[in-house]
Design a protein around this ligand. Structure first.
Ligand SMILES: O=c1[nH]c(=O)c2[nH]c(=O)[nH]c2[nH]1
Length: 290
């Protein structure tokens, strides 16, 4: 029976990097988590331990830091493109690369109404993300965000679902709808105005969540994706992963009180997990949420 090596990749995961760029006394902070993964002709190391083709993961990490010094990081998509182009261009046996970057946001601390020059606070859990893959001649750029927590305290219903002997959930025509949005979208081109595109898509996702009257989180997911594709020509497909952060009305009757949709138990688990891709006709769904 013949045995062979299947698909493989390797790299440095979650390189944490903070950069400080100085314009006089005003400092500009960037905070990234970068993961590299390379593919190619890597049979030798796997089969015999000959490492002549292996760009050490330590070298990959060092390259991330050195590139940040040599040129401003810029948009995370551009930084990922530079790294991927370098690894696939510099080493003959490396034929593919996947660069993932998450950007952690920091905001200036306000001191007496003025933004401070060099002191910052973290802007919550939300991260902007990108994944750039080089595969032979093809370059694919994904952008996205994760940890964007949103809640609407009305404008959400859930009813009409089948009831069997295991169903206890009450139907509701007025509930809290809350989720932490993870979204990744695929650009149709590997060049673009990444910052504008990101800002607009984030705005559309938030506005659609807020304004779409929801009969299910699934309906909201589709509406959010559809709104992005209708407004942004540069996007081929978008995938959303929406945990349903349940808020259950607390039964106050033991205390002789009536809960008029005012007091909720915010459950952290289990949660419903609603996932889906919205795409243009003629496109093939490629985007996954890892
Ligand atoms: O929007 C919802 N979709 C579901 O599929 C579901 N299932 C559930 O228990 N609550 C909800 N809410």
């Amino acid at each position: 029976m013949a045995i062979r090596l299947g698909p493989n990749q390797y790299g440095k995961a979650e390189v944490r990097m903070v950069t400080v760029r100085r314009s006089g006394p005003v400092h500009h902070l960037r905070d990234l988590t970068v993961s590299t993964a390379l593919r190619g002709h890597l049979e030798r190391t796997h089969l015999t331990g000959d490492n002549a083709d292996v760009v050490a993961t330590d070298t990959q990490k060092n390259t991330v830091y050195a590139f940040a010094k040599q040129e401003p990081v810029g948009e995370i998509e551009d930084f990922a493109l530079r790294l991927g182009r370098h690894f696939t261009g510099e080493f003959d046996h490396i034929t593919g690369a996947r660069i993932r970057i998450e950007e952690h946001g920091w905001q200036r601390i306000t001191v007496g109404d003025e933004p401070h020059d060099h002191s910052f606070h973290r802007s919550g859990d939300e991260r902007r993300t990108t994944e750039v893959t080089f595969d032979g001649d093809r370059v694919r750029v994904l952008s996205g965000l994760t940890g964007l927590t949103v809640l609407k305290s009305t404008g959400s219903e859930f009813h009409g679902f089948p009831r069997d002997r295991y169903t206890t959930l009450a139907e509701t025509d007025d509930r809290i709808l809350a989720t932490a949005v993870t979204a990744r979208w695929r650009h149709r081109s590997s060049t673009g105005d990444w910052a504008t595109s990101f800002g607009e898509i984030r705005r559309i996702l938030l506005e659609t969540f807020a304004t779409k009257h929801s009969l299910s989180l699934q309906q909201t997911l589709y509406a959010m994706g559809e709104a992005v594709l209708l407004a942004r020509d540069e996007i081929a497909e978008i995938r959303l992963s929406l945990p349903n952060k349940h808020h259950f009305p607390v039964d106050l009757s033991p205390f002789g009180l009536t809960n008029e949709n005012e007091v909720f138990f915010a459950a952290d688990r289990p949660y419903g997990l609603i996932e889906g891709t919205v795409l243009r006709d003629g496109e093939v769904a490629e985007v996954d949420i890892p």
